[in-house]
Design a protein around this ligand. Structure first.
Ligand code: PPS
Length: 287
């Protein structure tokens, strides 16, 4: 099926209609954000599921119950997904932990006047592309990616779900609420998960012992999360995700783009990246 059949344009970006019917997008825009809300913001395939595991564990002080009893989409629901209305997010007790793939200007109007915090995670876009390429093959609510070249052009032109990676990242990096946004990268989490957990704790004002942070880091390794059926997407019916084509928790590494890109594709990607991010001074640690 085509983009026109499976996606709807919301503020100029494609969103898959199966997950984000128009009433959900309206609900999200008009959502009343509370000062103690904690948001996890990502462009798709940048570390959302990982954070949906880490942040509840930090908030529970290392108690595994929330991550072993609730699927990640109920534990940390997406603000803009159809389930948000069913879950009645407006009635949930504080502090709520919410995920979003929204670009910065799409955030609920009330976000901008709140004190809510945002944990914004970025990942090497070549790895985001690679993870997406495999995911688009298995997720039946998305348009088949076609060849790697075809998907590359769509990705670089933002003709994919949630639009352009470049616009997403630039929008959030230029947000004016810097005091309540913590910028993280997937790569730093790969290199030092406990250090990232400690950073998140400080940002959220949670004081946890070294031992608890170590326990959280251990639970949140790729290997351990893959065993957790509340987080590994094995509860999703086959008709939505065909795991014979790819798994949701697929490889969990940085640099897998090297197994997909040709030299010419990587060079082309890098030239677009250089041009589009020329005004950004954030020090990314990826290649
Ligand atoms: S989504 O669809 O936007 O919610 O996807 P998202 O969760 O953002 O990204 C999925 C990728 O994150 C990887 N992942 C992890 N990597 C390392 N460690 C842990 N614990 C972990 N959990 C999820 C997941 O495997 C996807 O990346 P790829 O490269 O496809 O493996």
């Amino acid at each position: 099926m085509t983009e026109e059949e499976l996606y709807v344009q919301h503020r100029g970006v494609y969103v898959p209609i199966a997950l984000h019917p128009l009433e959900s997008l309206k609900y999200a825009e008009e959502f009343t954000v509370r000062d103690d809300d904690i948001f996890i913001g990502t462009y798709p395939k940048s570390g959302t599921t990982w954070m949906q595991e880490i942040v509840p564990l930090i908030m529970s002080g290392g108690d595994l119950k929330p991550v072993l009893t609730l699927p990640n989409w109920d534990r940390v629901p997406w603000l803009e997904e159809h389930r948000a209305i069913e879950l009645k997010l407006e009635d949930r007790p504080s502090p709520r932990i919410l995920a979003t793939h929204f670009h910065y200007p799409m955030m609920p109007k009330s976000w901008f006047n709140s004190k809510a915090k945002m944990l914004y995670v970025m990942r090497n876009p070549k790895d985001v592309f690679t993870s997406s390429y495999h995911y688009y093959k298995m997720a039946t609510y998305l348009v088949d990616p076609g060849t790697c070249d075809e998907f590359l052009m769509k990705f670089l032109n933002g003709k994919v779900m949630f639009g352009s990676w470049f616009d997403h990242v630039k929008g959030w990096l230029n947000a004016k609420e810097k005091d309540r946004i913590l910028y993280l990268t997937y790569e730093e989490m790969i290199m030092d998960l406990k250090g990232s957990i400690s950073k998140i704790c400080s940002f959220l004002g949670k004081s946890l012992s070294e031992e608890v942070m170590e326990r959280i880091a251990d639970h949140c390794t790729f290997k351990n999360m893959k065993q957790n059926k509340m987080s590994n997407y094995s509860l999703v019916p086959k008709q939505f995700m065909d795991t014979s084509k790819s798994e949701f928790l697929r490889k969990g590494v940085s640099g897998d783009w090297k197994n997909l890109f040709t030299v010419a594709q990587a060079e082309f990607f890098d030239s677009v990246y250089k041009e589009k991010l020329k005004d950004v001074d954030f020090k990314f640690i990826w290649d």
